[in-house]
Design a protein around this ligand. Structure first.
Ligand code: NDP
Length: 254
């Protein structure tokens, strides 16, 4: 347990599960006050209650809800010092069968909502003496992904947003960075495994092996490792790490 982030307010989208929940734990360990956003209130409450954080129900694809939820978070914990843009969804389809609806869903959640969340917090982040904005991007931000053109396009877009904000605010106290995980042991990967099983008829174990071997390491990334890097990027004395995309993918993008 540290106190480097004592008194700072960290808002995490998708904070009830997977990488977001792990990041909540690590930021809490450094002393941050937490607001966790997501569509389902139960997982948010389960994490927030254990960490004395605020659980705020919010579909980040609804810009009015984003503004209202960020206000609720401020009412609970004060101005936002740290924003972790983590909420995301994945789908897969061969490109010739990819529907416009699926493209819109993915881009709305993974990219447009990231814009809305960053816009909703930017005033606070710039007023903070050490504002921190961290995007959870992906190895799919760094290379193309067969059967996931929409997902990879949305995650490439996140890096464009991240780098532009880092450059625009370089002379301020705000830093803007991204983490780029390979396949991580989270509910999203469980869903990918289920999709492989459904499409190929393979067993759960064989489908998990297919996904796991998409990481060069042949193993899934531990969400705790992603969370540790996220929390590190939020430390006050690391103000010169700005505009970086840190791959945590077992060497997949090497
Ligand atoms: P999870 O599915 O556990 O996390 C996704 C979170 O986003 C959930 O808590 C979900 O909560 C929330 N979310 C999804 N849509 C919305 C929405 N419209 N509004 C608000 N919250 C939403 O998986 P991960 O932890 O793995 O995913 C976290 C991030 O990491 C994502 O951006 C993902 O793209 C990225 N990532 C994941 C990888 C992996 O292998 N798992 C690899 C690389 C990147 P709820 O459903 O309740 O809204």
């Amino acid at each position: 347990m540290g106190s480097a982030l004592e008194g700072r307010h960290a808002l995490i989208t998708g904070g009830g599960t997977g990488i977001g929940a792990a990041a909540a734990q690590h930021l809490n360990d450094e002393g941050a006050k937490l607001s966790l956003l997501g569509r389902r209130i139960e997982p948010l409450r389960a994490v927030a209650d254990g960490l004395a954080g605020a659980a705020v129900q919010c579909d980040v694809t609804n810009p009015e809800r984003v503004r209202a939820a960020f206000d609720d978070a401020r009412a609970a914990n004060g101005p936002i010092d740290i924003l972790i843009v983590n909420a995301g969804i994945a789908e897969s389809a061969p490109f010739h069968k990819m529907s416009r609806e699926s493209w819109d869903r993915i881009v709305a959640t993974n990219l447009t909502a990231a814009f809305d969340c960053a816009r909703a917090a930017i005033g606070d982040l710039l007023k903070s003496d050490n504002g921190r904005l961290v995007f959870v991007a992906s190895v799919a931000s760094l290379r193309g992904v067969p059967y996931a053109a929409h997902y990879a396009a949305s995650k490439h877009g996140i890096l464009g947003l991240m780098r532009s904000l880092a450059a625009e605010y370089a002379k301020t106290r705000l830093t803007v960075n991204a983490v780029c995980p390979g396949y991580v042991d989270t509910p999203m990967t469980d869903q990918s495994v289920a999709r492989v099983s459904e499409i190929t008829g393979r067993s759960e174990a064989d489908s998990r092996a297919v996904i796991t071997n998409m990481n060069a390491s042949g193993r899934l990334v531990d969400p705790q490792a992603i969370a540790k890097v996220i929390a590190m990027l939020c430390l006050p004395h690391l103000g010169d790490i700005n505009g970086t995309a840190i791959a945590i993918d077992g060497g997949t993008s090497a």
